[in-house]
Design a binder for this molecule. Structure first.
Ligand code: PHE
Length: 343
């Protein structure tokens, strides 16, 4: 009997200390202690050696022992099941994260940023203004009075409810808004969207983007205009590109010019892009007309200035080899994702 007690005690401490981290170990435990050839069965077999007067007590002890082992088995089973569940729910930090689609910059924005950053290096600030504009800022103040034939140069969207409002046809309206602020000198570039009532095709759209430039100070000359634009062309198209100015007409500048650069596709020998002329038109420019300065309360005898305006889509089409202007606004991700997110 005493012998039996001792055996049970030593097995109990061994069993209490048993730990299992997975289902295999739990199964090992079951076989070792509760299996048909296991310890519990073996100890039960000891009953036959117990003296008859002790049998009752021994039976109780053995039953307790059996319960103890079964409880331990249940606990082990439960804890490893929980453990496995817990590790299944745990966050695995070594897994790659969910990837979110990363956008890229729109080609018009890429080109706009390039243009603007070149002028920023010359000390130009960035300004903007409204796309829905009144007649005075879009036309009148720019020396384009009502019924002036030059208004025909820009087919305009008028707004029915208010005939005084238009969708701006150029970014030149912001020239006026900057001059009206009454702070001189002015040195700004004005990127923005403009609207013209043109038939939509691969080459023209009813809206597009421009970058305008305006510089007003004492003693600003045409030489300053040319030098500024030379710098721009060299930065934008490289030092080997040639520049030419052709006399032109804009009501708000006098004298006015259009600036061409030698075709950067064929190098000037003539191709489809430059329509075999060797030149590509880039922008319109000129010295701000004295009437415009007067309209904005600036004394034209004291101050002079230059202005220029260029489209963004055309140079972007040339740079990226885009053959249809409509692609810019169709929002087709297959088109948009081809551009890097740089700049
Ligand atoms: N606003 C003119 C256009 O849209 C461009 C321009 C701007 C010309 C400034 C001269 C000076 O065609």
């Amino acid at each position: 009997m005493e012998n039996l007690l001792k055996q049970i005690e030593s097995h109990k401490s061994e069993i209490a200390a048993f730990s299992a981290t997975d289902a295999n170990a739990v199964e090992e435990f079951r076989i070792k202690y509760l299996g048909t050839k296991g310890l519990v069965k073996a100890i039960m077999g000891e009953m036959k050696n117990v003296a008859p007067e002790n049998k009752k007590e021994a039976g109780q002890l053995l039953n307790e022992f059996k319960l103890f082992v079964e409880n331990k088995f249940d606990t082990l089973k439960e804890s490893t099941a929980n453990g496995q569940q817990a590790s299944a729910n745990a966050i695995d930090l070594s897994l790659p994260g969910d990837t979110l689609p990363i956008g890229s910059r729109h080609p018009v924005v890429l080109m706009r940023n390039r243009i603007v950053s070149i002028f920023q290096r010359l000390g130009f600030a960035v300004a903007d203004g409204p796309e829905i504009e009144d007649d005075w800022h879009n036309f009148g103040a720019l020396n384009l009075p009502e019924h002036h034939p030059a208004r025909d140069m820009q087919d305009t969207f008028y707004i029915q409810q208010n005939p005084d409002w238009v969708l701006r046809t150029h970014t030149s309206n912001v020239q006026i808004r900057e001059m009206e602020k009454g702070k001189l000198p002015i040195r700004v570039v004005i990127p923005g969207r403009v609207y013209r009532n043109e038939t939509v095709s691969a080459r023209s759209h009813c809206f597009f983007h421009q970058v305008e430039g305006l510089y007003i100070d004492e003693n600003v000359s045409f030489a300053d205009l040319k030098q500024t634009l030379y710098f721009f062309v060299k930065e934008m198209y490289g030092k080997d590109v040639k520049v030419r100015f052709r006399p032109s007409y804009f009501p708000f500048t006098e004298p006015s010019a259009e600036m061409d650069v030698s075709c950067f596709i064929c190098g000037g020998s003539g191709c489809n892009i430059c329509k075999k002329t060797g030149w590509v038109e880039i922008l319109g420019c000129g010295m701000v007309h004295p009437n415009v300065l007067t309209n904005c309360g600036i004394d034209p005898n004291k101050y002079t200035g230059f202005a220029f305006g260029m489209g963004i889509e055309r140079p972007a089409m040339l740079k990226y080899g885009i053959n249809d202007i409509r692609l810019f606004s169709e929002n087709d991700v297959r088109f948009l994702k081809q551009f890097t997110s740089a700049i």
